[in-house]
Ligand binder design. Sequence first.
Ligand code: NDP
Length: 285
Amino acid sequence: EKPPLSLLGLGAMGSALARAWLAAGHPLTVWNRTPGRAEALEGARVATTAAEAVAASDLVIVCLLDHSSVDDALAGVDLSGKDLIDLTTGTPEEARARARWAQERGARFLDGGVMAVPPMIGVPGSGAYVFYSGSPAVFEAHSGTLATPAATVYTGEDPGLAALHDVALLSAMTGMFAGVAHAFALVREEIPPKAFADLVVGWLQAMVPYAYGVAEHLDSGDYTKGVTSNLAMMVRGNATLLRTAEEQKVSPELLTPFMTLMTRRLADGHADEGTTGVIDLLRVP
Ligand code: NDP
């Protein structure tokens, strides 16, 4: 007999989570603002209001568009005695505010950041996982339920930590998207997309351990340690990248923000470093 739970939000992610819990045999009550989205979920109990869904189970999971949609959905709903888990993507401060908000309403709170796209949910070996932070008691009490749709990683009692991990990884991914977009823009007239994609994937996979070098620099304080591509050489290389963009009639706007920082760091006298010093320049006073 699997523990029951209620889920608010049947968007792409909420529906994927719902299917995983239903497939594992959890009694599941669902609610969605726009009715009808539960029809595809065989075996789910459909609540007509958020309050009804919350009342149905001690464990309540929300997966809505953003922080303010959670305010909308749970306005005036009695949460006393509930364990509330918020899988909506938000900022660390939003998660901390939600934790205080839940506590004021008599609920225990755990925040979550989903590191997966919906098709990875409920698929063993897909690499899907969820960062959690907040109440360790809630994490432990529901560990089996939480492990059903994706692997779990508890990051600490500060409710903001899951969002911080989540958003930091999404930020790294955004840089990758930008680089890939620029690269395809350069080659789109001359290299078939699929052939180029094979090359991009291989190259980025080979370059990605760069992050471990950055970690070593930050840990040691020595930003020149193990550097094989120094800033002086790379800034010179940037000029080649920009001239190629110009030749190919591609806007350099995705490249220039990072290049500007590299140039500034070089001008500050750090020719022997890699790019780690850019991190120091990013801190807003
Ligand atoms: P969708 O756009 O598919 O669904 C959004 C959901 O939020 C719907 O259930 C929608 O209800 C509901 N909603 C929006 N505004 C309100 C509101 N004011 N009041 C009540 N409900 C509202 O998004 P996803 O399911 O893809 O994403 C949900 C969360 O999961 C987001 O925070 C997203 O960042 C996160 N996530 C998504 C991933 C993805 O790849 N899809 C990956 C990782 C995290 P309605 O049907 O009525 O519009």
